[in-house]
Design a protein around this ligand. Structure first.
Ligand code: CO
Length: 211
């Protein structure tokens, strides 16, 4: 059996089980999607959005990229954000980072690689430079990388809150932006409210923007 044949077989099994437990599940979903959450996460294969929060298809609108970045000029991310807020009318937005993130580790390395991905990782490198003092105060490389994973989420939350699409929608209704971090080593998600608020307290430019 080829890899794709295996996937197709798995799909039929999964689909049949879903219909057995909840008859009409797919025909109901086909009529419309009404997700409650927008998820902006890392492309890492160990952090599948729906699965780690145990939500079925139809509940999470997802955007993923290396190191879960909200880059101001990323048309892909901006389109997802615009559609999620203005068409799907989602009110809960999540930025989810994860410990052990390869993109974050690459952004911390002193010797930038020559590969294309370095162009993307440069956003992380900029954050690591900006928060160098706090990162240098960490006792070892492991905790430094973990702390940058957290700070990166907080920075992306601030980017979202300051985004013009977000600013426009929050004049009309409430949208909440949450920063979470997932530990691939134990499968647990943690709220980063403290880190986000810490960032806002320290840096005046982070205070502008919504909730
Ligand atoms: Co990652």
């Amino acid at each position: 059996m080829t890899a794709i044949e295996e996937l197709l077989r798995n799909n039929v099994k999964w689909r049949n089980e879903k219909e057995r437990v909840q008859p009409g599940f797919f025909s109901a979903l086909a009529k419309q999607q009404r997700p409650r959450f927008l998820w902006i996460g890392c492309s890492d294969s160990r952090v599948p959005a729906n699965e780690i929060v145990d939500l079925p298809p139809g509940e999470v609108f997802v955007h993923r990229n290396i190191a879960n970045l909200v880059v101001h000029s990323d048309l892909n991310c901006l389109s997802v954000l615009d559609y999620a807020l203005n068409t799907l009318e989602i009110s809960e937005v999540i930025v989810c980072g994860h410990y052990g993130c390869g993109g974050i580790a690459a952004g911390l390395r002193d010797d930038p690689s020559q590969s294309l991905v370095e162009h993307w990782v440069r956003h992380v490198r900029d954050i690591s430079k900006f928060y160098r003092e706090e990162l240098d105060s960490q006792p070892c490389e492991v905790t430094r990388a973990r702390r940058l994973c957290e700070i990166n989420v907080a920075v992306q939350v601030v980017h979202l809150r300051q985004n013009p699409i977000m600013a426009d929608i929050t004049r009309r209704r409430e949208v909440r932006v949450h920063g979470l971090i997932y530990d691939v080593a134990d499968g647990l998600l943690h709220n980063l409210t403290h880190t986000v608020e810490g960032l806002r307290a320290r840096d005046p430019s982070c205070r502008i923007g919504g909730k």
